[in-house]
Each structure stands twice: as C-alpha cells, then as structure tokens.
Ligand binder design. Sequence first.
Ligand code: AMP
Ligand code: ZN
Length: 467
Amino acid sequence: MRYNEVMKLYNTLTKQKEEFYTVKPGVVQMYSCGPTVYYTAHIGNLRAYVCGDILKKTLRFNGYQIEDVMNITDVGHLVGDGDIGEDKVETTARKMGVHPLEIAKKFTDIFMHDIERLNIKPAKHIVPATHCIEEMIALVQTLEEKGCTYRTSDGIYFDASTFPNYFQLSKGNLAGNIGGARVALGEKRNVNDFALWKFVGPNTIQKWDSPWGVGCPGWHIECSAISMKYLPLPFDIHTGGVDHIPIHHTNEITQSETATGKKMCNFWFHNEFMKIDGGKMSKSLGNVYSLQDIIDKGYDPMHLRLLFLQTTYRTVLNFTFDALDAARENYRNIVNALRRHRTATAKTDPKVIADLRQSFTDAISNDLNTPVALAVLHQTLKQPDSADIYRLVTEEFDQVLSLSLATAANTEVQTETIPDEITKLAEQRLAAKKARDWATADQLRAAITAAGYQINDTPTSYTLTKN
Ligand code: AMP
Ligand code: ZN
C-alpha cells in the first residue's frame, strides 16, 4: 500500500488546507455525525455521507487503517432551534401512533439500505444514542462538578461563557455563532448556552431517570459521549455538514474539552450543502427527493454517486435532473469504454500506468479533488484498449470512487429496442403534458403501461423501459 502518501485536507478548525497527520501512526480515528432517524434521508443528507465515504476511501487508498464511529440520533434532537420544542423522533411516533423506537428502527433500516445502495461503507461502530444514556449522564455529572452547568425549570444547561474558546470552530467560517439567536433567551443565561439534559412530561415515552430528574439527553451531549466512549481524545477527524459548524459541533467541542481538558479532535471535515434547482429543498416545493425517488425515476444509485463526485465536497452542489441525466450519460460512457479495455489483449507501458496512478493519487490526496480524479479517469480510458487500463481503473481507482465499475462493465448490455408505436405514444404524452392536458397524458400513460412499458418523467422529457 501507499502509506505515507502526503495528503492535504481542509480543516475547519484552522481554516486552511493542512498536511494530514494522525495521532496513532497509520491509523485514522474518526467520528461522523449520523442521521436523525425520524424521516427518510434525502439526497442532500446522502451527499454528506458520500463525502465522508470518499474521505475514508482516500485514506484507505493511501494506506491508513480506519477506526470509525457513527451515531444514530434516535433521541434528543428537538424540533425547534435553541433547545425548544419536542423531540423529532417522538413527534413523528406520536403522529403515526407507534413507539419512538419503531420509528427509529424503520428509518435506520432505510438509511442503512440507502447507504449500501450508494456503496458507502458503514462505520465499524454504529451507535444509537439510546444505547449510551448512562455515559451521557456521567458526562453531564462531570461538567456539573466542574461548575459549568446550571438548572432551569426545563433542564440542565451548559454555561457557554465558562468556555473561553467557544467560537474557535465557527469564527471565520460562518458569520459568527448564531446559536439561539432566533429564539427568546427564556431562563437561559447567555444566548449560546445549550441543554445537556431536558426534563420531560408524563406523555413523553423516551425518558430516563437521572440525578436531576426524569428526562432525556440534549442532542450535542450524545456525540461527545459516544465519541469519547469509542475513541481516545484527541481523535483525528470529525465529519458532518456545514450546518453543524456553529451550534452542534461547537457545543460538542465545548463539552468534550471542558470535561477532559484535552483537545477533542485535530481535523474537522465539513461538506457543503446541496441545493435543488438553485434553491432550498422543501416539502412545500415538493423537491425533497429520497434515493428511492431517484431510482423510481429510472436512475441507478451510481448515477447519483457520480453526480456527487463531479463537484468537490467543499462546493455547493446544485442538483437538477438535467445534471443527473448528464451524470447518467457520463457513467454509460465510462462503462462502455471499460468494456472495450476489458476484452483487449494489448498491454500498456508500465510507466504510463504508473503516471496515471500518480495523477489520480495526487488529485484525491489534494483535499479529495474528485473532479480532477474523474478527469484523470477519462484521460486513462482514452488510452489504447488494454487490459492493464481495465485493471487500473476497476481495481485501483474504483477503490476510492466506488462506482461499481467492474460489475457494470461485466454486465451484458441490455439492448432494449422500444417499438416505434410506443415512442409515438410517449411523444404524444409529452406534447399533452406541455399543453397541460393532464387527462390525455394520463390516458396515454395507461396505454403505454398496458402495452408492457414503463414511462418515467424527467423534468424536460421521459425515459421508456420494458417491464
Ligand atoms: P440530520 O439527519 O438532519 O442530522 O442530517 C444528516 C446529515 O446531512 C448532517 O451531516 C447534515 O449536515 C447533512 N445535510 C443536511 N441537509 C443537507 C443538504 N441539503 N446538503 C448536504 N448535506 C446536508
Ligand atoms: Zn453529532
């Protein structure tokens, strides 16, 4: 393996690209904030986990072993900002008339299935917050002993003014800390104070005894307690989306460093957000897509993964279906080129292979520059047909890209010819949709389905497949 390859990684803590190092030689100890399991993760959430996966696969490619931990937030994440409102999992459970753990299990299972379909390698330790309540209570007790907490009528709070370095992560990364800015202070002493333990009423199902009264943990304490349980401090990398910088991760650092007197983590890795059609995803706009929605529209999870890799993790990604169509086309071109290399008997000069490997390694090791790595992939595929190229791409590059390239190149091409009369019906339906004649469009869809074909809409056109 290539252990000790120089790798550069942007560190939110220092606000610069740094040469990567680890505490334990050759081993990366890493913590990732996992999903809050009260809904099906949308493709924006999934982008966060693909970015984390590329990071881990690049580290492995460079010869590191990974010891990784991810939490599952099944309690503690409240609906409102600033420690107000009900628990998200509990609220969904109430609406659906089931136990919160049933909700958590359902959405954890969907999440695990989705990450598998996106070739994301799960962390070695996946830890639901409800499994570590004892550790969280012990941590809050430590903070209490250090004189950094106070009690209000609704819980135990951390007094952020006791931690002098409170803005170390958010400063210069966002417009200052906005913790609690939009909510009334209530009984909180300072705007940045946050709940460590919340008291709950008799109707709350997920609750535990504690030295302070019956309640449930705050959201941030779970990540401090779980990371400390599995990893010695300081560990090497902590990951999550940029939205976590000003509050969640800031509060994690505050708790862990106050409790232990040690630095929590050396590298803070944050992926930028994904937008849809240039704006926010929102239920009211009907543009919150899950992976299953994307599959139902006729795409493969690898088309979405490739779309993600076409942009660096630190750039806002604008999702459109046109861009996904282009990624699908790109994927097909890659696979078709690989098929030619696979069956070739010619060899490639080992020096050419070594140079291409080096260019690929340089690209991904430079703060995970996946667009440049993909450009190297295309340059590689343009070489004269050779089994050496096939092996370089499928056995080496794809360790990082994880686009299932060998599987796709070994799958026989489905030459599916769509009869002219079906294409005609689909064209008539597209015209009817453009004229907003929904009744005719529905009749035409029914005719296409009855003939044994499936039509899937894209924003500007359609795709047809045989059932
Ligand atoms: P949550 O389940 O809300 O805790 O979010 C799971 C992960 O998805 C977190 O790391 C978030 O930062 C990340 N995330 C949420 N929305 C987006 C988005 N639109 N684009 C990229 N990452 C996101
Ligand atoms: Zn977290």
